[in-house]
Design a protein around this ligand. Structure first.
Ligand code: C2E
Ligand code: C2E
Lengths: 247, 156
């Protein structure tokens, strides 16, 4: 019966009883499985899901220790935010992105920022390759290499000091978290304006991925390109977006 | 297109809720299975020590090869759960077996696992069906974009 869980909270908060604390950790631990599974989508193979879970458990324990039952909020919502935060913090601290790829991504991003400033629009792949003095195929190989690192990884790689991950900025069409939604309203509007000013193809990839919830494979079918090409376009679009939002 | 999107959003919402309950059931089942093995001497670690091992998914499985499991944008947030407490899944998840783990015997744990598996199989089956609907609607949205291009921008 759910009141037994309330009994655990009472005992733990009143006396700090370790056994009650462990009971709470075990009772709510499946939340970590849920969050780790979802944060793990699109991450590269070399990130072990068991590691994500262990970072998430620290977030859960932190949530249990800090939660104040008498305030009447829902623990699961609070816990999921702390679990997600703990996993993302740990991902940012890890240096699992190969240095060479990180350096290449920085170089592409810098060149893009320079060209965007000069042209007042997103450069084409050809213009970007020309500006960097490399063959077009090399640029596309570099984008492919960056994009195979996974979709969340891209944000982590471009802003190791911990900028908001794209996944946190985009409006959740399911609208589950009203408080966070209110706070993110301004950021969303800036993001929406920036996406609407991208060239058609880049805007379409971001629209279909984040706003229409299509998979990369489905987007490939709409554009008539391969899934990996969609991933490259996504990588380039996120970089361009970062430059514009950063201004 | 807006009507398609609305139907898709509703299918996604149900899929999200089913996926959430499903993962809660998986966690609960795997924790109790570990506890049984621990009591039988097959595991030396405590539940708390082994949590990452218990809760992590088996790497890959055959999931990588199946066509439908491609990266998609997912949000890790608690889905809106209507009528909490009234449904069967809430009953099985609501019991707090971990508050009195050392007072119950093996047969009660086995019974709890069997009850959870029964609900999990039903939820997974419902989830598969809703996913098929959501994927059909997603395909219809994709086809609309392919044939008509982007009429109104959904980005706001
Ligand atoms: N319309 C539609 N939606 C789908 C489909 N497959 C999954 N989803 C939804 O998309 C989310 C992400 O799936 P994923 O990238 O495969 O990422 C999954 C996957 O990596 C893992 N996972 C979940 N269930 C299983 C499973 O039975 N076996 C394995 N090996 N991994 C699983 O956990 C992650 C998160 O799972 P969830 O929280 O359930 O969240 C899932 C689910 O809500 C589909 O075919 N159609
Ligand atoms: N990438 C990805 N793949 C997915 C997802 N959902 C389902 N699948 C794939 O589809 C298979 C069947 O899923 P199911 O019918 O829900 O049937 C599942 C489900 O009922 C159950 N199950 C899945 N994960 C767990 C778990 O972590 N713990 C427990 N106790 N049961 C699980 O075992 C059955 C077999 O699981 P698997 O061998 O993993 O095999 C899974 C997996 O390969 C998803 O969201 N993402």
């Amino acid at each position: 019966a759910p009141d037994e869980v309330a009994g655990l909270w009472e005992r733990f908060k009143a006396t700090g009883d370790e056994r009650a604390r462990e009971g709470l950790i075990l009772h709510y631990s499946p939340l970590v499985k849920f969050v780790a599974g979802r944060v793990g989508v699109g991450l590269p193979r070399n990130v072990d899901q068991a590691d994500l879970v262990s970072y998430g458990i620290f977030g859960l324990i932190d949530a249990i220790d800090k939660f104040e039952p008498e305030r009447g909020f829902k623990f699961e919502t609070y816990a999921i935010n702390r679990i997600k935060g703990a996993i993302l913090d740990e991902l940012r601290a890890l240096d699992w992105v190969p240095r060479s790829v990180r350096a290449r991504a920085r170089e592409i991003e810098r060149s893009m920022a320079e060209l965007e400033h000069r042209l007042q629009r997103t450069p084409t792949d050809e213009e970007l390759a020309d500006h960097m003095g490399i063959p077009l195929e090399d640029l596309q190989d570099a984008l492919a290499e960056i994009s195979t690192l996974g979709l969340v990884a891209l944000d982590e790689m471009l802003s190791p000091e911990g900028g908001a991950a794209m996944v946190d900025l985009v409006p959740d069409p399911r609208g589950t978290n009203p408080e966070a939604a209110f706070q993110a309203e301004e950021t969303r509007r800036i993001l929406a304006d920036a996406i609407n000013r991208l060239p058609d193809r880049e805007r379409l990839v971001l629209t279909l991925y984040y706003y229409e919830g299509l998979t990369l494979a489905e987007i490939g079918e709409v554009l008539g390109v391969t899934e990996s090409r969609v991933c490259q376009i996504h990588a380039k679009s996120v970089m361009s977006l970062r430059n514009r939002i950063g201004e | 297109l807006t009507e398609l999107r609305e139907r898709r959003r509703m299918a996604d919402e149900v899929e999200n809720e089913l996926s959430f309950y499903r993962r809660m059931l998986h966690g609960r089942i795997d924790l109790l299975r570990f506890e049984l093995r621990r009591r039988r001497g097959e595991e030396r670690r405590s539940l708390i020590e082994a949590l990452p091992h218990i809760l992590a998914d088996a790497p890959g499985g055959n999931a990588e090869s199946s066509a439908s499991h491609r990266p998609r944008h997912v949000v890790a947030d608690l889905p809106p759960l209507p009528d909490v407490g009234k449904r069967e899944v809430d009953q099985v998840l609501g019991t707090d077996i971990f508050a009195r783990l050392d007072e119950i015997d093996e047969t009660e744990i086995e019974r709890a696992i069997a009850g959870l598996i029964e609900v999990e199989e039903r939820i997974s089956e419902q989830r598969r069906r809703v996913q098929a609907v959501a994927d059909r609607l997603a395909k219809a949205v994709a086809d609309r974009y392919r044939h008509e291009g982007e009429s109104d921008s959904v980005v706001r």
